[in-house]
Design a binder for this molecule. Structure first.
Ligand code: HEM
Length: 295
């Protein structure tokens, strides 16, 4: 709603029509609150970094990496000779990056894991195969940290993430604006036309996918399999492709391991349809599950 009101409701209505004014004022107050909180967090971390001697390690997290980028703490410091590209980032730039990550990277992964749980419950053969992979790699150890090597070996888990996202993508569309007039699908379009690219339609198109309606993670396991160009766009594509795609994949595969190596998760009601609501993303509105410790 926040995004939509500023995109579609003209400033006059937002400034003078009480219904829209109250809504937009509310959102602006929330943004102000979030900005202040984030600025305080950034300031505190900057101070911690500045108070840590150069030869002592820093904590290994995104905020620290962004603050130290292009400073002597950065392993790539001085490797590029362009002063504008290589200056450290200001607090407001850092805030925007972190905010973008929270906005774009929270609901997307959270809803995708819900869809994964739903599809696994409906495909016991796939779930069994996934558990075999997890048990083979972790040998029944339910607590050891997941390593980078494990992530590379969890191929079937990755195939499940891709297949769930192909058949039920959390991002249902994304947009592009034409810079100049162009022909698309046999029609002429003027410059500045906004095109919405329908991810679901492309992921379910028979021209690109064999049996598109079939939930089949094994299609991703075939040696050398690559989807046709631009036919798998869960993360968009081109210059504006999702910058969090690798992080998202790692998060989702790790979450699958953390949940399923320790717990048996099933749906309370297998006959209930997946309840969702679609706007900018498709969100899961309810998923009742039963969680038991695995033997
Ligand atoms: C399952 C998880 C995710 C999905 C399905 C997803 C999907 C997408 C899609 C479809 C786009 C539009 C790309 C385009 O226009 O070509 C996008 C953009 C973006 N995503 Fe993600 N995303 C996910 C997770 C994340 C995470 C974890 C982060 C960061 C922590 C992130 C940050 C962003 C940002 C900042 C953009 C805007 C990029 C731009 O406009 O240049 N996303 N994402």
């Amino acid at each position: 709603m926040g995004l939509l009101i500023f995109q579609f409701v003209p400033p006059f209505l937002r400034h003078y029509f009480p219904y829209f004014k109250n809504k937009s004022d509310d959102i602006l107050r929330n943004i102000e609150f979030i900005n202040q909180r984030m600025d305080a967090i950034i300031k505190r971390r900057r101070e911690e970094i500045e108070n840590t001697p150069l030869d002592k390690p820093l904590s290994n997290d995104l905020l620290t990496s962004i603050i130290t980028a292009n400073t002597p703490r950065d392993i790539n410091y001085n490797k590029i000779d362009d002063k504008e590209v290589t200056r450290p980032m200001t607090d407001s730039e850092i805030r925007v990056i972190i905010f973008d990550g929270i906005i774009a990277g929270t609901d997307t992964t959270a809803n995708t894991i819900s869809f994964i749980v739903y599809y696994l419950a409906h495909h016991p053969d796939v779930k069994r195969k996934m558990l075999n992979e997890i048990d083979r790699i972790f040998q029944g150890d339910k607590t050891r940290p997941i390593t980078e090597n494990d992530i590379h070996n969890l191929k079937y888990c990755e195939a499940i993430v891709k297949e769930v996202s192909r058949i039920f993508s959390v991002a249902n569309s994304f947009s592009r604006c034409l810079e100049k007039p162009d022909e698309i699908a046999g029609y002429q379009w003027p410059a500045d036309t906004i095109i919405r690219i329908n991810i679901d339609a492309i992921h379910n198109n028979e021209e690109y996918w064999d049996e598109p309606d079939k939930f089949n993670p094994d299609r991703w396991m075939v040696e050398g399999f690559e989807p046709k160009k631009n036919s798998f766009i869960m993360f968009g594509g081109g210059l504006r492709v999702c910058p969090g795609r690798k992080l998202a994949m790692i998060e989702l595969v790790c979450l699958m391991v953390l949940l399923f190596r320790k717990y048996d998760i099933d749906l309370i009601d297998k006959k209930a349809p997946l309840k969702t609501e679609s706007s900018i993303i498709t969100a899961c509105t309810e998923l009742l599950v039963e969680i038991k410790l695995r033997n």
